[in-house]
Each structure stands twice: as C-alpha cells, then as structure tokens.
Design a protein around this ligand. Sequence first.
Ligand SMILES: [Zn+2]
Length: 484
Amino acid sequence: MFKIYSEPLNAEKLKAEAENPTCGALVTFEGWVRNHNDGHDVTSLEYEAYNALAEVEGERILDEAREKFGLKQAVCVHRVGHLAIGDLAVWVGVSTPHRDAAFKACRFIIDEIKVRVPIWKKEHYVSGDSGWVNCEECAKHGHKPKMDYSRQTVLPFMGTAGQEKLAASKVLVVGAGGLGCPVLTYLAGAGIGKLGIVEHDHLEASNLHRQFLYAPKHLGEKKVALAEQWLKQYNPSLSVETYSARFQTLEVEQLMAYDIIIECTDCMNTKLLVNRAALKAGVPVVFSSIYQFEGQVQVVTSESSCLECLYEGGVPKDVPSCAVAGVLGAVPGVLGSIQALEAIKQLLQLDGRLENQLLLVNLADYSMRKLALPKSSQCPAHDLETPLPEPIDITVEELDQLGTMQIVDIRNSDEVLAEPLACEHIHIPMDQLLNQPQLLDKDATHLLVCAAGVRTQYAANALRSVGYNKVYSLVGGNRVLNQL
Ligand SMILES: [Zn+2]
C-alpha cells in the first residue's frame, strides 16, 4: 500500500505491516528531515502533495516493484504538512523470500517515488528565507540521456524519415540465444520502437560463450527477463514486451501486432511453425540457421517463397542443434547481424533486400552467394485454410495440457538401466518403435522421452507422418521428468 500521511509516522507500526511470515528478508528505508541542504541551514520543511494523483502513482510504483522483484509485501508512506528537523518524512518497507530482491526493490521504490509522485518540498532556513526545492539527483533521474542517432540518420537512405519509421516499428524476436543476442542488440541500438522477445529458457553456463547479453552471475535466471533488463539499460527509449514461453503458445493475432518477425532458434519444428503462423498472420519473417562455419538467411513474406518451398519433397526433421553440432560464438554473431540488417532493409524497403532468394554464407572461406528460390505451387504452407500443425515439442511445465497420456521411454536398454525413469511408463527402444508403430494406440496421447529430447523429436515427427497425431516429444529428456 502507498499512503500520504499528515500525522507523524510510526516506523515500528509500519514495519509490522510490511512483515510477511513466508519471507526471509525485510528491507526498510527511512528518509529523515536533516538540518542542512545545499549550503543552507534548514530549520524545518513542508511537504505538499496532490493527494489523489500521488496515491494512484504510488500504488502503480508498488505494483511495478511487485511484478519486477516478486514482492510479498510492500508498504510506502510519505508525510505531508509541516515537518521539524529529525522527523520521519518517508518510509518504505518490502518483504521478499530472498535479500537481493528486497534490497533492489526498496531502492527501486524510493527512486521512482522521488521522480514520479507529485510531492513538493519547501525548506525554511535559519536566515528566515524559504524556498521550494528540487533535488539535483532526482532531476538527473528524471532526464535520462537519450540515444543520439546522428551517425545513422546522416546515411542518405535513412534521414530523419527513416529514423522515425524505425521508431514506429515493432519487431518480434523468437529466441534470445546465439542469433538473438546480436539481433536484439543491433535493433535496440538502431532505434526500433518496440521489441517483442519470445524465450522460455533459463541461462546455462554453456550459453555464455556466444550469448553476450548474459553474465555468469545470472546462471539459472530467465533469459527473457535478463535480455529485457539489459536492452532497457542500453536504450531507455525502447519498449520491450516479453513472452516467457515457447513460440507455439502465441496466437496468430499476437503476431499481427508486429511488423516483422526474426526467427533465431535452432529448432526445426519451431522454424516450421513460425513459417506457417507468420504466413497466416501476413507478417514477414527473417530466418537464419547455422551449422559450424556455414549459415543461411531467408526472408519469407506473403508473396514470396517460404521455408517449406526450400525443403520441397521433405523437410529435414533432424537438423542438429548447437548442443549437438557445436558452435563458435562469432558465427551466430555474423549471421545474427545479417538478420538485424535485413530486418532494417525490409522495414525501410531498401534496395538489395532478400526476395525469393536464399543467402548462403560460408565463414570457413568467407564466401557468400545468393540462390534463387522461387515460390513452389506444390508447397502446402501457402494454403492458409490449413490449421497450424499441432506442436510436437512439449516442456514439463506444459504437460498438464496433454491430459491423460502414456509415457514411452525410447532410450536404449543400457541407458534405461543407468538412469531409470521414476514415473509410470513403458519402454520401447526407438528403432523398434519406428519399425512397429502399431505398438502404440493411434488415438491415445503418448509422450516420448529420451536423454535430451533430440531423438524423441525425430521419432515423434516420423510417427506423426504415419498418422500418430497425438505423439509428443519431451524437451530436456528423462532428467527433467525425474526432477518433477
Ligand atoms: Zn512455401
């Protein structure tokens, strides 16, 4: 709660209101009236507030802090009226499960209150004078320095008109990993108005060598929140919307709110789904994939060829991920930079943008070439009446959506012996399952489990292609299931 008080504040009573038995940390801030300011001897001071507005804005700040830091309890009160030296002027108290969030939240609340809540301070001096004061530090906070795009607007094809167009643009980035980091950074730096970020993963140590938005101290935290935090620091004018989920959970209508999508995952199933969903939404997509020193970039629009036109006659279902194939950080760095550049070219409709072409980049010998890629009349993806394919990959968090299901362990017998599944399941090794799919009931829901979720993705795709439409692949494999 946020309140304006005209009576003296009682810190002990307020502390009792801020306590929460589920929390391990309570951090408080007390602002006291001191006897000097800016070289003047102060005798007393007055606070005046626009009460109704102040309380609404104060509550809003507490709501933001709750959302940002997971607060269980937040109390802030501000005195108004005539205050003597040594009076308590403002009190903030927050309770959270852990101390780090409590310190940060308390700091956030008092900083925001000073800048945003309409409360004014008048100081009375020993000399008999008095005056309304503006805190220098607060004033600095209130006027955040802005980005200077002059090095960009000077470009003949950009100018202020191009810059304004970028500022009005909304870009959705799917995946905040090796490709996503340069894409997000260059688009934020270029002055794109709004970035949406879709990313469900938590930061792992093996991400760090190529994903430069994150630091080792953030291991285990949600990447989407870390990316948002960094990007807002980098460009304070940027608006960021985060989707802490997998792409398959987004509705076509949500995609339509964006001008362009940049696909930055290393998951073939996600790419195929983005392709179909974006065609339905009528939003262009910039795709990229990498394999060791090689990469490719393709732009898909409503009029152009699409990802499935490229794979006419059979979409590769088992493209290796970075975890399997290995990756040198600079390679997604180059390809992600090309994606960001291409997005800007598309938004500004610049010459030389990709259209019905596939750009092939080989960083082993630094060669680049463009292949013509015409739209295929046989490609099923352009039939917008076809419903979107059922997602194949599923995370443990999403398992409830499947309802009743049978778990099928498709690992080899020696893997099963070494790390058995703790829950109820049946065991059919992958080779056997692919040879005898009839071992499964076509109408029942099956969750396939392997060691990492790569083999199950392949097997689920193969089974779907022969009519087993309720077969799913568990992301992360047997360990995530055993951790439940
Ligand atoms: Zn197509």
